[in-house]
Design a protein around this ligand. Sequence first.
Ligand SMILES: NC(=O)C1=CN([C@@H]2O[C@H](COP(=O)(O)OP(=O)(O)OC[C@H]3O[C@@H](n4cnc5c(N)ncnc54)[C@H](O)[C@@H]3O)[C@@H](O)[C@H]2O)C=CC1
Ligand SMILES: O=C(O)C1=N[C@H](C(=O)O)C[C@H](O)C1
Length: 257
Amino acid sequence: MTDEQERNPAEPLRVGVLGARGRMGLEVCKAVDAAADMELVATVDQGDDLSAVAEAGAEVVVDFTTPDVVMENLRWCVEQGVHAVVGTTGFTEERLEQVRGWLADKPGVGMVIAPNFGIGAVLMMQFAARAARHFESVEIIEQHHPRKLDAPSGTATHTARQIAQARAEAGLGPVPDATKDEVPGARGAQIDGIRVHAVRATGLVAHQEVLFGTTGETLTIRHDSYDRASFMPGVLLAVRAVGDRPGLTVGLDPLLG
Ligand SMILES: NC(=O)C1=CN([C@@H]2O[C@H](COP(=O)(O)OP(=O)(O)OC[C@H]3O[C@@H](n4cnc5c(N)ncnc54)[C@H](O)[C@@H]3O)[C@@H](O)[C@H]2O)C=CC1
Ligand SMILES: O=C(O)C1=N[C@H](C(=O)O)C[C@H](O)C1
């Protein structure tokens, strides 16, 4: 179905999944299958032809692939007039601008790109941004399963940017730190001046702590995803909403109300 065609709200939403044989893709296929108002019409993984999505008449595509291939997938979706819900990481401001450019040529097509679809994770990021102006020190520790391809996580990157923005708006200077980094990496990476540490261990799924400090006290804000099912309410929310949100939506925040 193209964006010019009216959809019948009584019909289930036709959904295609990219990265369908991956850890998240498998979970999304299960969740879409179980949703009474959706129909899983196409599943695509590496080596499969994207045209299966168009042939199946998918209205919304969900992409959980890899940072290397996601831009190609999204350009194709926009060209085809298919809405997209994207969990894949690797979205720099440059990439987001590129996507906005494609969408500008296709009014009516919507895309939701979210670094984390876990409702608790979204709240953790909001709480961290809110706390940021009140604390001199802050560091982010993200923890994931060892098969994760990227570091730091998209969630940690997004959190760091939000904290940096809140600190700048509050007129806070750099986070104090007199330590000499004698072994490179010992103090983690820096994103917009915020230290981020990435831990990888078997048994973990997706976890993040934001540690704030000021005189005589610390505050730790922590979120844990113990199961990939935790991302599914957010993914389904975005699938239902994306058709009514032309253009690019970054993050799940505006959909949560
Ligand atoms: N936003 C969120 O809430 C979450 C985001 N993620 C992100 O989602 C992405 C996927 O994560 P996982 O499922 O754990 O990885 P995964 O490695 O298990 O799955 C990726 C899948 O994409 C497939 N793939 C590769 N190239 C493809 C192509 N051109 N077309 C279609 N499929 C292709 C792979 O064969 C694989 O099956 C990562 O970037 C991860 O960080 C993961 C969990 C939650
Ligand atoms: O790869 C993962 O697993 C996850 N990726 C996302 C990220 O990089 O933030 C979301 C969540 O942390 C799980």
